[in-house]
Design a protein around this ligand. Sequence first.
Ligand SMILES: Cc1cc2nc3c(=O)[nH]c(=O)nc-3n(C[C@H](O)[C@H](O)[C@H](O)COP(=O)(O)OP(=O)(O)OC[C@H]3O[C@@H](n4cnc5c(N)ncnc54)[C@H](O)[C@@H]3O)c2cc1C
Length: 434
Amino acid sequence: MPELPKYVLYLIPFFAMCIVIAIYLFKQKKLSVAAQSTWQEVVASGLTEPPSLHPLIDPAICVGAASCAAACPEQAIGIIGNKGTFVNPSVCIGHGACAAACPTGAIRLVFGTEKRGIDIPFVKPSFETNIEGLFIAGELGGMGLIRKAVEQGKQAIANIKKRHVAGTDYDVIIVGAGPAGISATLGAQEARLRYLTIEQEDAIGGTALHYPRQKIVMTAPMNLPQIGKIKLSEISKEALIKLWEEVAQKTGIKINFNERMDSLRHENGKFIVSTPKGQYTAGSVLLSVGRRGTPRKLDVPGEELAKVCYRLIDPSQYQGNHALVVGGGDSALESALALAAEPGTTVTLAHRSEVFTGAKPKNRERIKAAEQSGRIKVLMKTKVTQVTSNRVKLDHNGQPMEIPNDIVIVCAGGTLPIPLLKEIGVRVETRYGT
Ligand SMILES: Cc1cc2nc3c(=O)[nH]c(=O)nc-3n(C[C@H](O)[C@H](O)[C@H](O)COP(=O)(O)OP(=O)(O)OC[C@H]3O[C@@H](n4cnc5c(N)ncnc54)[C@H](O)[C@@H]3O)c2cc1C
């Protein structure tokens, strides 16, 4: 066999390097095309604003390592032009896995954008607001993670237990039983404080109750009062809720479910919390109400009927019923689709606007298909005017309308207690991407 000239041997590593570079460029191109198409869809559907805490990527520092995109299970980040890009803001839930994965520190987590400011109440390192005795822990105060909410709830109680106000029903009233409120309640019980925990929902767990079914929750080990360290990294939504239920059962903490704080007053150094079930006084209040808010109401006669609910838990319980879903966001569309999949259920979806601007394109397509196949009746420009025991009255495009009804699911978003906080003098800052 003739011997190869020596220069060929030198060319082998060169060609190998060219192949590696070509594969890398091909992959980058593929990623870039996918990310660009996601961004175009997002722009077309008008969902360009993140709901809360989100990443801000500095292109001058980003080296296009793509570790942020790989770390984001929601696929909110893509790679365009060799740079990490926030391509799907509305799906971002602010857990910050992208920032932790970035090798160059190019990602900061911020609140609000130039277009849409987000109100964040001012809290000291002790979690006390500028109103003495009023504390805020968890996502309402600006930190959107389960582990952080747990830690803050615990630390807030450690500070609350140093306060003594005589002549009140409770030492502390804890509002909300999400991760921050659970941890605070455990801490309050451990410190033998006279505590009252109220929760507007009928179950423990907070926002996690509303995560999609089987969602994988990403978290880190947490340290709960009375329980100690819980080693967690990934857990399903259902397993996380079960864990909270077990913790509550084991420790015997008391939570008043189905009780919503309607108003909060501060008089003569005491706090007065009012709910539809009563009025209570306390020396300190811990607001651990998160940022989902209190479900927005329809404010129509008949809304107090038991058949009006603000969350769809088990669609199968409405088999064979006439259901009305009110709203135009993803949760309204997904609830209508889930109900329509039940045998014998007739579903009407009513939305006050002309288009479903707040919903993902995929959900809008699924609703269109369900409407075309006759599984869902869609009424745009429609408002509920009255709910009766077996019917609902509507205003459909200016015309009165009435339909048979057994169940109303209202998915019209939530209202935050920010006006209430401002009213009692809590300092609130509007953040525009900081
Ligand atoms: C879809 C989605 C996925 C997420 N995934 C993750 C994840 O993987 N990992 C992670 O770490 N974080 C995740 N998060 C964020 C996480 O859920 C929140 O950061 C965390 O739940 C905040 O805890 P919290 O206790 O401050 O508030 P919340 O969990 O929101 O709990 C607040 C509680 O207060 C109650 N409440 C509100 N108003 C009142 C009132 N007026 N009266 C009585 N009760 C009231 C609410 O009903 C609720 O139960 C996700 C968020 C979403 C939306």
